[in-house]
Design a protein. Structure first.
Length: 235
């Protein structure tokens, strides 16, 4: 594995799909198999040797900040307004540096090969500004059935646009030079599209399982996936 890049943990969202479960707590503190989602993500980072980490905070951020007190995770506050994925990442760059950055959504659970290590092992500075971690859409433990991207025979990524393809798993490496939007709040879709147009967006397949925990039903599915993989013993 190459030397780890810094990691951005996305954790500022309102968690509205979780209904009453996020009425009094942020989604990253919801427990799956006895462990808060944010700690599932932090464990993945630790196993990949990533010590340089930042997290963005907005909804009930004080609770999350208290949970992370004493950790090595730097806090990027979005106090006035939520900045979306692109804006949140751009705002956190002073904590992360000016080189490629790993990002990880904190509302999923993984089995198998470490997803961050998989990305780091695949990254190629000469060819890439963007690298997505993907799974064939029909293999994901998700009720959506959607496809986000398709891959060509060189591993380059394009939007699926209704075609059967691959699901984006919320883990990536992105070069900050893609973040050229002027406004404070923006999604990563426009930077991704620019990388695709330049032929510098790639994808790699996750060797393992993944389950979205963005809604209540995802908790039981994720716990079942962990049990099936024999990975519940230490969570």
């Amino acid at each position: 594995m190459r030397h780890p890049f810094p990691l951005m943990l996305f954790a500022a969202g309102f968690g509205t799909r979780m209904g009453t479960l996020t009425k009094h707590q942020p989604k990253p503190l919801i427990k799956v198999a006895g462990l808060p989602l944010i700690d599932h993500a932090r464990r993945i980072a630790a196993q990949a040797g990533i010590t340089h980490q930042a997290v963005n905070l907005h909804y009930r951020g004080d609770q999350l900040a208290a949970h992370l007190q004493g950790s090595n995770v730097a806090l990027s506050w979005e106090r006035d307004a939520i900045l979306d994925t692109g804006g949140g990442l751009k705002a956190a760059l002073p904590l992360l540096g000016d080189g490629p950055v790993l990002t990880l959504n904190t509302d999923a659970v993984w089995t198998g090969e470490n997803p961050l290590a998989r990305l780091l092992d695949t990254w190629d500075d000469d060819r890439m500004d963007q690298l997505f971690l993907l799974l064939p859409a029909d293999q994901a433990r998700s009720a959506s059935g959607r496809s986000d991207f398709v891959l060509d025979d060189q591993g380059r990524v394009d939007w699926a646009k209704g075609r059967d393809g691959f699901l984006y798993l919320g883990a990536q490496i992105i070069h900050p030079r893609l973040l050229t939007e002027a406004g404070p709040a923006f999604s990563l879709h426009a930077p991704w599209t620019r990388a695709m147009a330049a032929g510098r967006a790639y994808g790699v397949i996750h060797n393992g399982g993944w389950c979205d925990v963005g809604h209540p039903a995802g908790i039981a599915r994720a716990e079942a996936m962990l049990r099936d993989a024999g990975e519940c013993s230490d969570v």
